[in-house]
Design a protein around this ligand. Structure first.
Ligand code: BGC
Length: 266
């Protein structure tokens, strides 16, 4: 057994930048056909698809807002029209709209919950339906389908000033676990990855310069993560090498969730 995802089809939501982009690239490297979903940035998504095709792989870019049921339906329909099946969903799309709770608008709350939590539910539900309809082909993968949710250390660590985001990721944790409990018997594997501080566009301000140095105090392993750190774990979770891993969250955080404030305190 190896990491290879040959003959498998992967859909990555929110893949025009950051973690989603890196995941799509890494899945393609292991020979999966990749559907690169994007919300508004068509250019980098199309460029990535082109780059994968130029390297001999299979890829398309598809626009769609994961918080809209009709868009999710269309995303899955296009995936099937192009590649005929689905094996891997990386439910990655996510955003932050930060504000102190006392000032947070309902719109800021709803937008984050809609994309980060409802979006993951809608995509997971569509993937489950597809996995059920296409049936299990053990020669393609030991599992009948794999869902990987993009969570965060903030499914565990409370985060002042980001109540919408932390609540959405806390929700992703029980969304993942409940789905895993429900569909395991059908040989569908459901897991999450929970990244810590990874240098991407969503957190440029806090991972660079002086802010970046201060952030290192929260990371026992002593470096800010790179998108590839997360993408590598996602590839492993999508592959048969992790076939007995189900209903688990893999923290990819350099130890951020180890309460580093207690190293010289408490
Ligand atoms: C957030 C980042 C943040 C990190 C650690 C992630 O989920 O998206 O902005 O740097 O958690 O706090």
């Amino acid at each position: 057994m190896n990491l290879s995802l040959k003959n498998q089809v992967a859909l990555v939501t929110g893949a025009s930048s950051g973690l989603g982009y890196a995941c799509a690239e890494a899945l393609a490297r292991e020979e999966a056909a990749v559907v690169i979903n994007y919300h508004s940035q068509a250019e980098p998504a199309e460029e990535l698809a082109e780059k994968i095709r130029a390297g001999g792989g299979r890829a398309i870019a598809v626009k769609g807002d994961v918080s809209k049921e009709a868009d999710v339906d269309n995303l899955f329909a296009q995936t099937l029209a192009e590649f005929g099946r689905l094996d891997i969903l990386v439910a990655n799309s996510g955003l932050q709209k930060d504000a102190p709770s006392i000032e947070m608008t309902l719109e800021e709350w709803n937008t984050v919950l809609d994309v980060n939590l409802t979006g993951q539910f809608l995509c997971a539900r569509a993937a489950l339906r597809q996995f059920r309809d296409q049936g299990h082909s053990p020669e393609i993968s030991r599992a009948a389908g794999k869902i990987i949710h993009m969570s965060s250390v903030h499914q565990l660590i409370p985060w002042a000033g980001h109540v919408n985001y932390a609540a959405s990721k806390g929700g992703v944790d029980l969304l993942m676990k409940t789905l895993a409990q429900e569909v395991g018997e059908a040989r569908i594997r459901v897991n999450s990855v929970a990244p810590g501080a990874i240098a991407t566009a969503i957190n440029e301000e806090t991972t660079q310069g002086e802010a970046g140095k201060a952030l290192l105090k929260l990371i026992p392993y002593g470096r800010i993560g790179a998108a590839e750190d997360v993408a590598n774990a996602v590839v492993w979770l999508a592959s048969d090498l992790s076939d007995y891993v189900h209903g688990t969250t893999l923290f990819i955080d350099g130890g951020m969730s180890l309460y580093p404030g207690f190293r010289d305190n408490g």
